[in-house]
Ligand binder design. Structure first.
Ligand SMILES: Nc1ncnc2c1ncn2[C@@H]1O[C@H](COP(=O)(O)OP(=O)(O)O)[C@@H](O)[C@H]1O
Ligand SMILES: [Mg+2]
Length: 261
């Protein structure tokens, strides 16, 4: 049967066979599938549905029809459109609200470790532009739930803020102008407003760099353990650490009122 390699994988990648996504499974895949079934049972259709495993032990998922970034450089315009950012905020809110009561299976196992507990939600943890599926200017949903896991709302929001606002530093090392900073502040508020965030927005000043450093740490740890995909991601670990330092240096008013001033 014909296997079509899907473009844009950062780690294991995925193939399409007869309209169904097949992807190498991990010890945590059955727990992730339980999350996807939980969302499906709630009528949420902006995530792939879990279809079990094929005869090679690969996980099977429904294919979200639409456009992805794939291997494109530069990223398409929708990755920086305000309307998409607002949809991402609403998408995260729905996922968090719907998973606040998620009861994990007995053999609960997550990529990031840990366990569900009171006050936690299931964060996608990688809801970045490169995992979004869109149709025109509409967000269809996010694929790649591999590293989903127990999270505070802020922790998951912080990763999407890093990649969508973005809060991350430019890859080419170009300095940010004052205009860029105002834009970033405005877009952060847009994301948080769309989420319906009612926490302390200055909290992002501490959570976002912590989140970036944690991601970098996980990449480095896996690379040290010999994981080839993580070795390839080492430049991203550098970028995340550089971004964390830059975010920590942002002025206090960035987090609240700079964009509306
Ligand atoms: N369920 C899905 N629906 C639509 N496209 C998908 C789906 N799963 C994966 N893809 C496509 O395949 C690419 C690689 O899959 P992904 O799960 O992101 O792998 P990796 O973990 O290697 O990043 C994605 O960037 C996306 O383009
Ligand atoms: Mg991916």
């Amino acid at each position: 049967m014909r296997e079509e390699v899907l473009p844009g994988g950062n780690t294991t990648g995925a193939v399409l066979i007869d309209g169904v996504v097949h992807k190498r499974a991990s010890p945590w895949t059955t727990t992730v599938h339980a999350v996807l079934r939980h969302l499906e049972d709630a009528g949420f259709d902006a995530a792939p549905r879990a279809l079990g495993f094929d005869d090679q032990g690969r996980e099977m998922l429904t294919y979200l029809t639409g456009e992805t970034i794939g291997d494109r450089v530069p990223w398409p315009g929708w990755a920086s459109a305000d309307s998409m950012l607002a949809q991402v905020g609403r998408w995260l809110r729905r996922v968090h609200d719907l998973t606040a009561d998620f009861a994990p299976p007995q053999d609960e196992h997550w990529f990031i470790g840990g366990a569900m507990g009171p006050g936690l939600v299931v964060g996608h943890q990688d809801a970045a532009p490169y995992n979004a599926v869109v149709d025109g200017d509409r967000l269809i949903g996010f694929c790649d739930w591999d590293i989903a896991g127990p999270s505070s709302r802020d922790w998951d929001l912080a990763f999407s803020a890093l990649t969508w606002v973005p809060l991350a530093s430019p890859r080419d090392g170009a300095p940010l102008s004052d205009h860029d900073l105002r834009e970033r502040s405005r877009r952060l508020q847009l994301l948080l407003d769309a989420y319906g965030y009612d926490g302390d927005r200055r909290a992002f000043g501490t959570v976002a760099p912590q989140r970036a450093r944690r991601q970098a740490g996980v990449i480095r740890q896996m690379a040290d353990a010999g994981d080839a995909a993580s070795v390839a991601l080492l430049p991203i670990a550098d970028l995340l650490e550089r971004s964390a330092t830059a975010v920590e240096a942002l002025p206090d008013d960035f987090w609240v009122d700079r964009g509306t001033a």
